[in-house]
Design a protein around this ligand. Structure first.
Ligand SMILES: C[S@@+](CC[C@H](N)C(=O)[O-])C[C@H]1O[C@@H](n2cnc3c(N)ncnc32)[C@H](O)[C@@H]1O
Length: 249
């Protein structure tokens, strides 16, 4: 399927942008910790996350668990600096990503760097929008249009659901070119730093060699039946569902 979206028109941004008033990333909503390296059990931020990182990598049991603990990294109220072991997704990365033509899925993304299992790869950034606005924008899309909106639902207990909507249609980074696969090499995890609104961070699910197309499961790997079958999935994996997952807001 060729991409018919005028991709040249998107604006490259380096930080997510809020269209929701009153929330920002600069001041922390969370209390900070007082340790310098945050490797010991005294670190209150690490305790909140239940030690999901191991020497800079997401632990394999966290990757594989269906019921993930939320990830809380150290924030702007903490004493530690960017070298802290609990600021994995906050450091600048210098990976050389390449947008390429996949021939049958439109554009895609690959990288000139290899990744190890659990390594942080890229954050999905764009415009943070409210659920109602996401609904409106999704309704405008045709089934054949490429969709750059991510809706991430987090369930707390049986009753509470926290929804994050990010639209990278007009503003975003290279992650907007990552295609879906039913057998992906990335997983997307909500990571909280300063704000209650999580950063949607992609980590390597397996060792990824240089040049392999980067993919994640648009259904978030969940077993929950997706709401609507929209377009045919062309991921060509042996466990392909046959259609692109789509979640109603
Ligand atoms: C986030 S965009 C990915 C980049 C897009 N391929 C492009 O050319 O800009 C998502 C869109 O890519 C296409 N796509 C992604 N994964 C696909 C797959 N496995 N099979 C078919 N089309 C896919 C669909 O059009 C989908 O709405």
């Amino acid at each position: 399927m060729a991409s018919n979206y005028p991709t040249a028109l998107f604006q490259r941004i380096f930080k997510r942008e809020y269209s929701i008033e009153g929330i920002s990333d600069t001041e922390s909503y969370y209390p900070g910790c007082h340790c310098k390296t945050c490797l010991d059990s005294q670190c209150s931020c690490l305790n909140k996350s239940k030690y999901v990182y191991d020497e800079g990598f997401l632990k394999i049991d966290h990757i594989l668990s269906k019921f993930n603990y939320p990830i809380f990294e150290c924030n702007s109220n903490c004493v530690c600096d960017l070298n802290c072991a609990n600021r994995v997704t906050q450091r600048d990365y210098l990976y050389c990503f390449q947008v390429f033509n996949t021939d049958y899925k439109g554009l895609g993304l690959r990288c000139h760097t290899q990744f190890s299992t659990g390594q942080f790869v890229i954050e999905f950034i764009g415009e943070i929008i409210k659920v109602r606005e996401a609904k409106k924008r999704l309704e405008k899309l045709n089934t054949i249009d490429p969709c750059y909106i991510i809706i991430l639902k987090e369930h707390a207990g049986d009753t509470k659901t926290f929804i994050t909507c990010i639209d990278a249609t007009l503003k975003g980074n290279e992650s907007r070119f990552i295609n879906h696969s039913c057998k992906p090499n990335l997983t997307i995890m909500p990571v909280r730093v300063n704000s209650i609104l999580p950063h949607l961070c992609m980590f390597a699910l397996k060792d990824i060699p240089i040049g392999e197309e980067l993919t994640y499961d648009y259904a978030g790997g969940s077993d929950v039946i997706v709401d609507k079958a929209t377009s045919v999935c062309l991921c060509k994996s042996d466990n392909c569902r046959g259609y692109l997952p789509y979640q109603d807001v």
